[in-house]
Design a protein around this ligand. Structure first.
Ligand code: HAM
Length: 420
């Protein structure tokens, strides 16, 4: 019989994998806090209607949706932005604006599994609600760059490409494209980079030539120039590029949009976002109107790139190694001493040490092997010497007999040598 496998596009995280995942969460959290964002969370299951209303056909086609036992149409969240709009609209009066909120949701999209795209992924989301000025856009692009820098990427490894939906809307208007066709046309432009030009040209028809001119670098936006200058002032210009080819697949964007990529162009987008000044208004049926901008970074492509860039990988491994270690391993050489050992284990854990010990009787040699495998820095042996115990510094090999009453003091001495 073959064992049951996880569903396609879903991951098992073994302890080593989850240690690396935690590294990603920790960096996301640290940088967001540096920028003064506060964390919030929403439900993983929402009414399907929340997405069908405004997210656009691409994401709606990818919903993990079903009818629940109460006959409600529900969907696992494919993204967090509609939830955020819903929450902000219903708690509008409780908070001073602007809100600077971040979250790290688990998201689900029923899409074809491929490199960088799974059916579940974690995202880092950061959004500023209630601020229409360009400074908010710049602050978020800077946050996106700083997240990437924090993982050890340089401007040779990654780039954030910034664009403006307003530029495209003006263009569509000037070309007399009817409003009901805008979304579809923008989707074609969004996909054009991943398709042969001829295919895009067929889809665009008479719009092909003017669109290709823009994609080839013709066209400029004063707003984007100002955003770029503001990023230059922060010393981040090397990480940013104005690129009108970015329009984003989601329907709700209204202004500046941006996406982060690896410079090699081998991977899917690391992050994406933009301004969505109408979404809160639309989802609250006009009850609340607030300008908003945000972005999300996914863990899947990020982890792929970390593994490809040696400096980023080394940084991760260095940070992850201590997460696996214990501080002290208790060796129980004589079973009669187990109770004394357990009393000591409790006291050391109360002091904040990470302590492990054999759950069942084992040979002393095996126990020292376990201590080594766990990366313990010290071992305490409870055996014939009781009421003295043997304390061993596992890095220097030095050992001494100490009365059991001063175990903690001795361990603290040993640890002081490691932790300055
Ligand atoms: P998005 O571009 O759909 O934007 O997703 C953001 C990031 O999530 C992508 O750049 C990618 O790294 C990751 N991602 C998306 N789908 C998958 C997948 N199937 N597998 C692995 N990773 C994936 C949004 O979700 C917007 N709600 C972002 C936003 C926040 N806009 C304003 N605020």
């Amino acid at each position: 019989m073959t064992p049951i496998q996880p569903l396609p596009g879903f991951r098992d995280f073994l302890p080593e994998d989850w240690a690396r995942q935690n590294y990603i969460f920790k960096k996301w959290w640290e940088v967001a806090r540096r920028y003064g964002f506060v964390q919030w969370e929403g439900p993983p299951l929402e009414p399907t209607e929340l997405y069908t209303k405004k997210s656009g056909p691409e994401i709606v086609g990818q919903l993990f949706n079903f009818t629940d036992k109460g006959e409600r149409e529900v969907a696992l969240r494919p993204e967090l932005t509609p939830t955020l709009a819903r929450v902000v609209a219903s708690h509008d009066r409780e908070f001073k604006k602007p809100l600077k909120w971040f979250s790290m949701p688990h998201c689900f999209r029923y899409e074809k599994q491929q490199r960088g795209r799974l059916r579940e992924h974690f995202q880092f989301n950061a959004d500023i609600i209630g601020e229409a000025s360009l400074d908010a856009d710049v602050e978020l692009i800077a946050l996106c760059v700083d997240l990437l820098r924090e993982f050890g990427f340089s401007a040779n490894d990654v780039v954030v490409r910034i664009s403006d939906r307003e530029f495209w809307i003006d263009f569509l208007r000037a070309q007399n494209v009817p409003e009901e066709k805008w979304q579809e046309t923008l989707q074609i432009v969004d996909k054009s980079e991943r398709e042969p030009r001829e295919k895009t040209a067929t889809k665009l028809g008479p719009l092909a030539q003017p669109v290709f001119k823009i994609l080839d670098g013709e066209g400029s936006s004063e707003k984007l120039d100002r955003a770029f200058d503001a990023l230059r002032v922060r010393g981040l210009a090397d990480f940013v590029q104005i690129d009108l080819g970015i329009v984003r697949g989601l329907a709700y964007y209204t202004g500046i949009v941006f996406e982060a990529f690896d410079r090699g162009g081998k991977l899917r987008a690391l992050a994406g976002g933009g301004r969505y000044d109408n979404l809160i208004h639309q989802l609250s049926d006009g009850a609340v109107s607030l300008p908003a901008i945000g972005f999300a970074m996914g863990d899947v492509v990020l982890a792929e790139l970390i593994n490809e860039i040696p400096a980023a990988k080394a940084k991760m491994e260095l940070a992850v190694a201590p997460q696996r270690e214990v501080d002290i391993y208790i060796v129980i050489a004589k079973e009669e001493r187990r109770a004394d050992a357990l009393a000591q284990i409790q006291s050391l854990r109360d002091r904040g040490y990470r302590v492990d010990f054999p759950l069942a009787p084992a040979k002393v040699g095996k126990q020292f092997q376990a201590a080594e495998q766990l990366g313990a820095r010290g071992a305490i042996l409870f055996g014939d010497e009781w009421p003295e115990v043997k304390v061993k510094d596992l890095h220097t090999g030095e050992q001494r007999l100490v009365p059991s009453e001063i175990i903690r003091q001795t361990m603290e001495e040993i640890f002081r040598r490691f932790v300055p």
